[in-house]
Ligand binder design. Structure first.
Ligand code: BJW
Length: 234
């Protein structure tokens, strides 16, 4: 019998930082170069779609060059080798966890390798640049293609499944996330309410650090594999 039967792990941009993908709120991060209202809201997209297309086209090209790091690999190893349930919920829109072999994974803020058609709601794989002149492969209408990511003011994906998992978990781990963006920032409180042990693995204390029973600070490529080794040897 594993010490924990149901584990939920929330990950954020810090997980992919050592794969070369920028975080949002660290100094020199994405929000130091772009105003989130311009590139990560439905209003911003309506005002200047070309800026938003270019922002995600650039990030998609950067992510295509990135490879999973030791923290992604450790999480995939935990899913493969741990005798209990391990659900990964990522805010990241890259596919580095999948590349590392992760399987039970929710992309709550969407995926940059998918498009969403605003005409017919089709959400399909899309590895190329997006632009306003493209036709949706499903409904064939032009002008409705957007990145399948969740902007401020939009509802994240699979919230019901995440709420159920949080309500039943006995271990909750948050990795590489600032605790700045809701609803993800409230997951630790939901896990605590379910009676779970809570662990923060982050470069530095996050905005929600006070909620966590256990806090380990350092680079994800060091502290995540070490923590996973500990879980697997318990
Ligand atoms: C390392 C490291 C290393 C670095 N090793 N660690 C007032 C109060 C409460 C809520 C609201 C409010 N006003 C508005 C809201 C809601 C709003 C919100 O939260 N706003 C806040 C800013 C206040 N949220 C929303 O609108 C969300 N939707 C919503 O609430 O719908 C309502 C609803 C919910 C549920 C049910 C029903 C209805 C949608 C949020 C969408 C977020 N979208 C973005 C952009 C799209 C994706 C993309 O382009 O990539 O998602 S914003 C951006 O922030 C991105 C990220 O996924 C998200 C979280 O960022 P993350 O991952 O935490 O990154 P950072 O940079 O902040 O932190 C990195 C951390 O890693 C740092 O701590 C570093 O120290 C650490 N780190 N290197 C380990 N090597």
């Amino acid at each position: 019998m594993p010490r924990h039967e149901k584990i939920v792990i929330l990950t954020g941009a810090g997980l992919s930082a050592e794969s070369g993908l920028a975080t949002f709120r660290d100094s020199g991060g994405i929000w130091a170069q772009y105003d989130y209202r311009d590139v990560a809201t439905p209003d911003g997209f309506q005002r200047n779609p070309n800026l938003v297309y270019e922002f995600y086209n650039m990030r998609r090209r950067e992510a295509a060059k990135a490879v999973p790091n030791a923290a992604h690999a450790a999480l995939a190893r935990l899913q493969r080798d741990y005798p209990g349930d391990v659900l990964l919920v990522t805010q990241n829109i890259d596919d580095l966890l999948e590349q590392a072999g992760a399987q039970n994974l929710i992309h709550m803020h969407g995926e940059m390798t998918k498009m969403l058609c605003t005409h017919c709601d089709a959400r399909l794989p899309w590895a190329e640049d997006l632009s306003a002149d493209l036709a949706c492969p499903e409904c064939e209408l032009i002008g409705g293609m957007r990145p399948a990511v969740v902007w401020f003011g939009e509802v994240p994906y699979e919230m019901a499944r995440i709420a159920t998992a949080l309500g039943a978990c006995d271990l909750f781990i948050a990795i590489g996330t600032s605790g700045n963006v809701y609803p993800a920032a409230s997951f630790v409180a939901a896990a605590l309410e379910a009676g779970a042990h809570t662990v923060e693995l982050n470069l530095e204390p996050s905005d929600t650090a006070g909620y966590f029973a256990e806090r380990l600070h350092g680079p994800a490529t060091e502290i995540v594999p070490a923590y996973i080794d500990r879980l697997l040897s318990e």
